[in-house]
Design a binder for this molecule. Structure first.
Ligand code: BMA
Length: 341
C-alpha cells in the first residue's frame, strides 16, 4: 500500500486569502455575506451575487465584481436585488442562495433562488442580462423546496431544473422539466439522501449548477449530518448522464470537502461550507468554487474538473436505479407523504 493511500485525496484547495469577502467589506451595514451565486462575465471578470443578511435576519442579493475573482472586489453600493413582497408575497421573509446559469439560447442569466415566506422556502426564478434589471418569473416550485439550479441548455425539447423538495420520507434531489421555464412537470427522483450514520443522511441538496463535461453532468451536492452538536454541511460528488440527466451514473460514498478552517468551523451557523456557484479558468479545467462559510463570509477553493472526474471514476459507484425501482421509490415517497397529510 503506498503512503498516499493512507490519506483521503484533497480535491479542493482553500485560497490563502480566505475568507475573500466579509460583512466588513460591505459599503452599507449588513450582518453577514455568504452563499453567492457565481458567473464569469463576457469580459472574463467574475461576478458574485452574494446573499446578504441584514439585522432583521432577512436576506437580499448584492453583486460584487472582480477582474481575477480573488480580490479588488467592486461591490454595488446598494442592494442589487431586494425582496419584493408587495408583488411577490413569497419573498416576505427574504430571498436566499441564488444559483446562476447562463443560457446561451436565451442570451441571459437565469437565477434560481429561495423565496422565503410563511409557507416556508420555495424556488423562484429571475432572468437578467446585466445584473442591474431583473425579470421575475415568481415561484416555480412551491414550499417546501430549495437548492435549485437550471441546466444551461434544453434536454431534448425541455428545460431541466434540479431542486430539493422536502417530503416526510426525506429531503432528496429531484429533476423536473418545463417547455417555457414557467410550467413544470415530469418530476423525477434524482439522488436520494442516505440514512443512518451516513454523512449525507436524510438531507441533501444541489450546490452549484450542473457542470457539463464530456463524461456527463458533474454534480456537487451538500449532505447534512445532524449530530448532538448541531449540523455538519459537507460536499460530495455525483455524475449524471449527459443526454438523460435523470440517470445518475456515479455517486461517491465519501464527502470530498467539509468544514475544517476556523472561518468554516465558527460563525453564525457553525460547521457549514455552502457553495452555490463556480467559474472555470481559461484552461477549461480549473474550477473556482465559491462558498459561504459558517453563514458568515465568502471563501474560495480551487480544484480540477479532470481530477474530480478521475476521483468519481475510482471512488464512485453506479446507481443501478432501474426504471421500475425508481418508480417504486417515488410511489413509496408519495404514499408516505399522503399518509402524513
Ligand atoms: C440551509 C440554507 C443555507 C444555509 C444552511 C446552513 O438550509 O438555508 O442558506 O447556509 O442551511 O445554515
Amino acid at each position: 500500500m503506498s503512503a498516499s493511500s493512507h490519506r483521503y485525496s484533497v480535491l479542493f484547495h482553500r485560497h490563502p486569502q480566505n475568507p475573500i469577502l466579509t460583512a466588513a467589506d460591505w459599503p452599507y451595514p449588513v450582518n453577514s455575506v455568504f452563499n453567492p451565486g457565481v458567473t464569469r462575465l463576457p469580459d472574463g471578470s467574475t461576478l458574485l451575487l452574494c446573499r446578504v443578511e441584514d439585522r432583521r435576519g432577512h436576506s437580499h442579493f448584492c453583486a460584487a465584481r472582480s477582474r481575477d475573482g480573488i480580490d479588488g472586489w467592486q461591490i454595488d453600493p446598494h442592494p442589487t436585488l431586494m425582496p419584493d413582497p408587495e408583488h411577490y408575497p413569497e419573498e416576505i421573509w427574504g430571498i436566499e442562495d441564488p444559483r446562476i446559469t447562463y443560457v446561451p439560447e436565451m442570451g441571459c442569466y437565469v437565477i434560481a433562488y429561495t423565496s422565503y415566506s410563511r409557507g416556508g422556502p420555495g424556488v423562484s426564478l429571475a432572468l437578467t442580462r446585466d445584473f442591474v434589471t431583473f425579470e421575475r418569473y415568481g415561484v416555480v416550485m412551491p414550499p417546501e423546496d430549495k437548492d435549485a439550479a437550471l441546466f444551461p441548455r434544453r434536454i431534448g425539447d425541455y428545460w431541466a431544473l434540479i431542486h430539493r423538495p422536502v417530503t416526510p420520507l426525506g429531503a432528496h434531489m429531484w429533476i423536473s422539466y418545463s417547455p417555457d421555464l414557467r410550467h413544470w412537470g415530469n418530476h423525477r427522483l434524482l439522488i436520494e439522501a442516505r440514512r443512518g450514520a451516513w454523512w449525507d443522511a436524510n438531507k441533501i441538496g444541489l450546490c452549484t449548477p450542473p457542470i457539463e463535461t464530456q463524461e456527463g453532468w458533474l454534480i456537487i451536492y451538500h449532505g447534512v449530518r445532524q449530530t448532538a452538536g448541531g449540523c455538519l454541511y459537507r460536499l460530495g460528488l455525483a455524475l449524471l448522464d449527459l443526454a438523460n440527466p435523470q440517470r445518475c451514473l456515479l455517486r461517491g460514498d465519501t464527502w470530498i470537502f467539509g468544514p475544517e478552517a476556523p472561518y468554516e468551523r465558527e460563525g453564525d451557523v457553525d460547521n457549514v461550507v455552502f457553495p452555490c456557484g463556480y467559474t472555470l479558468g481559461d484552461d477549461g479545467d480549473t474550477i473556482y468554487l465559491y462558498y459561504g462559510a459558517a453563514d458568515t463570509c465568502i471563501a474560495l477553493a480551487t480544484g480540477s474538473v479532470r481530477a474530480l472526474l478521475d476521483w468519481l471514476r475510482q471512488n464512485g459507484r453506479p446507481l443501478t436505479y432501474d426504471w421500475r425501482d425508481q418508480r417504486r421509490r417515488e410511489a413509496e415517497i408519495s404514499n408516505d407523504f399522503l399518509a402524513h397529510t
